[in-house]
Design a protein around this ligand. Structure first.
Ligand SMILES: [Zn+2]
Length: 403
């Protein structure tokens, strides 16, 4: 019994001190990176990053190594229960010994009785069995779920792979058949914040737990077997097209060709498109007609600059993309339109390679041969995808095949 107790204590202490998120990470500055974009990507503050790296200004150099600290905590500081919520289901536990009482255990481990009870729903104060394993912490990630109209308890529970009973135990005031829109529920789930994972580089990578790109009023998918991506990539594609539709209700459909295979990996006609972050999309063109905008050589005369920019701007303003390959001859019109729409000179410098020449290595929107009939979007690695690698075309000089 004594050594079990010691193990349990050691686990509690260990978890409190080294949560996986607390480890320092490093980031190599990429063309187009800004300090605020990097900070946003890793959920840290600009100030903390500057201090940690002893930066005196927010200017970054391509190739510079940054040390990134643990994610910034909520302003009020995290409560004990929130920290515990990071514990996995099969994390620290305590095995009840003969003669133990719950309050005795709580005392010994230095935790509160209500905590112990909430981690172990259904636990009876007056009767605990010898040998029973008590969980020290919540089973999984803490989620605050806002109830929407039409939600049912069963559906919400299923979504997070927990039981309706557990949801009730975590939310004492919940009346099961009286869910109200707007009501906030607390849940603990083992499902990661983002299930999909982009692994490796786009040219040598794979994709786990992919999501299919679903049809949309503003695009047509050529081959759905080749239209899988990370959860973030497909989400960002759809929301960008939502935005175009919101601004221009009468918008023709554009053709979306390949993203990745469901499991990523090599895909014919491409060198990249292996890790769920790449997508080939036709340009919005004037006079696309009923059939929509196909892949066809687009010049400055037939590019639909307004719609094209509405689409790009959504990704650029949110720092969602690593690169967008667009033929150099199409960049001036987009650049001028962006400027007209209020982009600052700093943003223009970061977003566009133009007017610095088609070989210039900085600018998210940049030239790549064979992108006169479609653009190629490459989304940035999501912060939860630890094995995702940023592609560095200017270091490796690997060739990007167009489609
Ligand atoms: Zn491509």
């Amino acid at each position: 019994m004594t050594h079990l107790f010691l193990i349990a204590t050691a686990l509690v202490v260990g978890v409190a001190m080294v949560s996986p998120a607390a480890a320092d990470r490093t980031w190599t500055v990429q063309p187009g990176d800004t300090l605020s974009a990097v900070a946003t990507r890793f959920a840290v503050t600009v100030r903390d990053t500057m201090e940690r790296n002893r930066l005196t200004s927010d200017k970054l150099r391509v190739g510079q190594q940054l040390t990134i600290g643990p994610p910034t905590q909520t302003p009020q500081g995290r409560k004990r229960s929130e920290r515990s919520s990071e514990l996995p289901f099969d994390g620290p536990s305590y095995t009840v010994a003969r003669g133990d009482t719950l309050s005795g255990i709580a005392n010994k481990l230095g935790i509160s009785l209500p905590d112990l009870q909430s981690w172990n729903p259904g636990l009876r104060l007056d009767h605990i069995r010898d040998g029973r394993r008590l969980r020290l912490g919540y089973p999984g990630r803490r989620v605050r779920y806002r109830v929407r109209r039409g939600d049912t308890l069963t559906a919400i529970a299923r979504k997070y792979r927990v039981s309706p009973k557990q949801v009730c135990q975590w939310n004492r005031r919940l009346v099961p058949d009286r869910l109200q829109a707007g009501q906030v529920l607390t849940l603990y789930t083992k499902i990661p914040a983002s299930e999909s994972e982009s692994v490796g580089t786009p040219n040598r990578g794979k994709l786990l737990h992919a999501r299919p790109l679903k049809p949309h009023r503003a695009y047509r998918i050529r081959d759905r077997k080749r239209a899988w991506g990370t959860a973030e990539a497909v989400y960002h594609i759809r929301t960008a097209f939502d935005r175009v539709l919101a601004r221009f209700p009468a918008t023709p459909k554009v053709e979306v060709h390949d993203l990745s295979f469901q499991r990523g990996g090599p895909i014919s006609h491409h060198r990249s498109h292996q890790s769920g972050r790449d997508a080939d999309i036709a340009y919005f063109q004037k006079n696309c007609g009923r059939k929509g905008c196909a892949f066809r050589p687009v010049g400055i005369k037939n590019l639909d600059v307004k719609r094209q920019w509405a689409l790009l701007e959504h990704w650029l303003r949110r720092d969602l993309v690593e690169a967008i390959f667009i033929d150099y001859q199409l960049q001036p019109a987009l650049y001028r339109h962006a400027k007209k729409r209020g982009a600052s000179s700093k943003q223009l410098k970061r977003w566009f390679q133009y007017p610095r020449g088609r070989g210039f290595p900085i600018g998210v929107v940049r030239h790549f041969p064979k992108h006169g009939d479609h653009m190629h979007v490459r989304f940035a690695c999501h912060k939860s995808d630890k094995r995702c690698k940023t592609f560095r075309p200017f270091v490796t000089r690997q060739r990007h095949a167009s489609r």
